[in-house]
Design a protein around this ligand. Sequence first.
Ligand code: ASP
Length: 336
Amino acid sequence: MDNSDNRRKKIRLVATGGTIASQAKSRVSTEGYASSVIKVEDLIDQLPELAEIADVTAEQIFLKPSSAITEEDLFNLSGRVNELLASDDCDGVVITHGTDTMEETAFFLNLTVNSDKPVVVTGAMRPAHVISSDGTLNLYNAVIVAASDKSRGMGVTIAMNDIIISARDAIKFSTFKVEAYQAPLYGVLGTVRNGVVDYCYRPVKRHTTTSMFKGEKRQLPRVEVLYMYEGCSDDLFDAAVATGCKGIVTAGTGNGGTTMSMMKRYRAEDGSDKDLPIVVRSARVPTGGVSDPFRTPGQRMIGSGDLNPQKAYILLRFALSVTDDPEEIKKIFMEY
Ligand code: ASP
């Protein structure tokens, strides 16, 4: 199926929990379920058809709702994926995951996986066993995507609801619809339809094998995220600075607007911003990104490009693990 080298592929399923592993109260109840209770063996038992696609084996790395995932879990997951993909016994990895923070884990892996073999993240919006649950087909399709030679070099992808999206561009766009994952600015990379994977685009930004953050575990400096809104005071900014954080990401108004006094402090030309954390201005607006029309070199306030606040948070932490130079950080935001 979609394999140009005609070799039977070995796909490893790494399960983490989420709605795809959740038990509903009844066949018509799609919310208020017991989250992350179904083990991966039970998930694949429902899908004997996986054996028609590839040799699929599975492991449960942890079993929790995605909002409970910690930094340590992320490094463990990334380390395990790297270990699996380094072996000739593994041609690709599928990760089952809660959808709430799936885009964050997928982006984290996009920065840290050291392989061009496929890594496909999937989940579900409806718990297992309810009428029209989306989990089984999403899992089946994710294995097809991971087993396809066409998926090599695509970086980490999210495959849900018949579409394949780059981890970089994917945004959770609905709190309840099965088409929860979208890539509103750049669109999808491809589709998986009736067992056929079809790509139209390839990501060109740095990821996986070309990422400077791939491979080893590193110390990630503290970064805070602040939401901006009409009438926003500076109290939370001052509180964030007082934590000693090295960076702040703002979920700004429009093209990354922050409070007026933050703008003023970071645009002062007397160097008085030199002890303030680096600020990356992202946007609370779902699409369009944040440009830097007024920025002068050296300023410690940087536009996030088109990364949303939760992805800018991850990239800023990785960037700050290698440099504190705002120009270098700006470059990283342009390249990833
Ligand atoms: N609560 C779930 C999570 O673990 C939601 C989901 O999977 O859709 O993210």
